[in-house]
Design a binder for this molecule. Sequence first.
Ligand SMILES: Cc1ncc(COP(=O)(O)O)c(C=O)c1O
Length: 460
Amino acid sequence: MSDQQTPAGQHAIEADRQHHVHPASSIEAVQQSGPRMINRASGNYIYDTDGRAVLDGTAGLWCVNIGHGRQEMADTLAREALALDYFHNFSGMGNPKTALLSERLTQLAPPRLSRVYFGSSGSDANDTIVKMVWHYNNILGRTQKKKILSRWQAYHGTSISAASLTGLPVFHQWFDLPMPQVLHLSCPHYYRYGQAGESEAAFVDRLVAEAEAVIAREGADTIAAFIGEPIMGAGGVIMPPAGYWPRMQALMRKHDILVIADEVICGYGRTGEWFASPGFGIEADFMATAKGLTSGIFPMSAVFLTEAIHEVLREGSRQLGSFAHGYTYSGHPLGAAVALTNLDIMARENLCQQAAETGAYLHQQLQAAILPLAHVGEIRGKGLLAAVQLVADKDGRTAYAPDAKAALRVNEQVWKLGATLRPLPGVDSIALSPPLTLTRAEVDSVVGMLKQAIVAELGN
Ligand SMILES: Cc1ncc(COP(=O)(O)O)c(C=O)c1O
């Protein structure tokens, strides 16, 4: 008998239906058909309550970089919970694990990012950065320099400021967002937004000109920062067009606008490097990270900042007495221990390199087996981050009507075949972001399932 059929299994499903409000879900659908329960995970697989193994093609939510069920992580949690389960870092308190983690992280981070602030999620990391940017400009007496530039289709989280930075209308409409301080620039997706006959270079020229025009219109003295994911994740795994980042970076520098790299997905090996920013020509003043920092096993985020910004904040606390921002769980000792073990595993098993190699193989297989299909328009991504663009008509790059639910249908088929991928219905894409421990055989298997699902749902 499967767990689902036992009285305890039935009770759990009923308890969920009656009491659990699911994040980013249709509340109505969960009420009607119940949750899809997962009760075990090991290696690159999750198991549903029927005991069925499902290949985790998304590493949870782009986060379980080292794979599931590691004994070493369990040992770390047990050992450290007995040593120092919790104490705070407010008012100058500290603990060795958090101190050592901050040192280790700054050794791995791109140059200049020499200071780290901890929180519990990607959203709070971005929220912290917005507050630090405002605080920084207030200390410098630049009280008008507060607006933040973001991009349409960006995803930066769902707290009030993070959802405002996010450029997906569903996170704004009906929530009274975005905040007025956030301005969205065009999404840099050449395949979708490049105009007929426009080269990629001309597309970049147009995006940079747009940013210049917005800065001129608003006044550089009112714009504090520009935020971007090196590769946009939830908005469609959108690769920046060639030259886009160096040009945007230079423009922001010219106008004394800080650059914020949101590496919540890209960081910690996903693209084949510890961090993706340097490879794209981004020289961030702030960097947001979370997810792969602990492989999702402990909720933890790390905000990186430069020494120069830190100096200004330090001056502020000289004047004000305190840097008045902090969370109960900032620098949690257990989280820091988990992060250190996670980074040890990544280094020992060379998982960045492995992500680069397996990622190259994954992209090769997607190009060979999936791109030729009649209803696939583009394969995107880098390393173990990828997306497949579904299209109603390949030559015209025509999108499916929203009620066709193409991405959701394909994804449901993949699930039935034995893998979990992530549908991005707003952009008719299917995202892949497996653990960095994925094997080549598993690449073959997931690509095979995806092909079968696309053909079954959309034809070949
Ligand atoms: C790039 C990016 N930034 C921020 C976030 C928000 O992170 P969290 O869900 O931990 O708040 C996400 C989550 O997927 C993300 O992809």
